[in-house]
Design a protein around this ligand. Structure first.
Ligand code: CMP
Length: 140
């Protein structure tokens, strides 16, 4: 058990429906702190680079289009075992498989428009945080 930081993205389907506050409450109620936050419109190049690991997948082009279809809120979440805790709070990628009470079970529209992204490992969290934030933007 250790204090970790992880990257969270509130996706365009969440900003479009004006439910970012409801989602952020889930993080805070479950013990995660928002130590950095900004609302941005991802460029196509940014979305392609961020999701480069998925570039051979059939859903890649559609994912990039969906992630650039509106503003997103990128955040750094901090807390005990933040990477795994955030993934529990988000629930399964496919909302149909997500546990009751999770963000995706409550809010996701589809497997693609699934309201939130969260880093899947501590190593990727460091890379993903550095993708969006400089050190001076993170205030613990
Ligand atoms: P995310 O956690 O942001 O990581 C990759 C994203 O790709 C995922 O959430 C979904 O938005 C999307 N994704 C994953 N699997 C599928 C799929 N089978 N069809 C469409 N989109 C998917």
């Amino acid at each position: 058990m250790s204090i970790e930081r992880t990257l969270s993205i509130l996706k365009p389907d969440a900003t479009r429906r004006n439910i970012t506050g409801k989602i952020i409450s889930k993080f805070e109620e479950n013990g995660l702190r928002i130590v950095a936050s900004k609302r941005i419109r991802m460029t196509k190049a940014q979305a392609e680079a961020f999701y480069a690991v998925h570039k051979e997948r059939p859903f890649y082009a559609s994912l990039v289009e969906s992630m650039t279809s509106g503003p997103v809120v990128v955040q750094v979440l901090e807390g005990q075992d933040a990477v795994a805790l955030n993934r529990r709070i988000m629930g399964a990628t496919n909302p149909a498989a997500a546990d009751a009470g999770t963000i995706r079970a409550e809010f996701a529209e589809s497997i693609e428009a699934n309201s939130v992204h969260g880093s899947d490992s501590l190593e990727n969290a460091a890379v993903e945080i550095a993708f969006f934030f400089s050190q001076t933007e993170i205030v613990g």
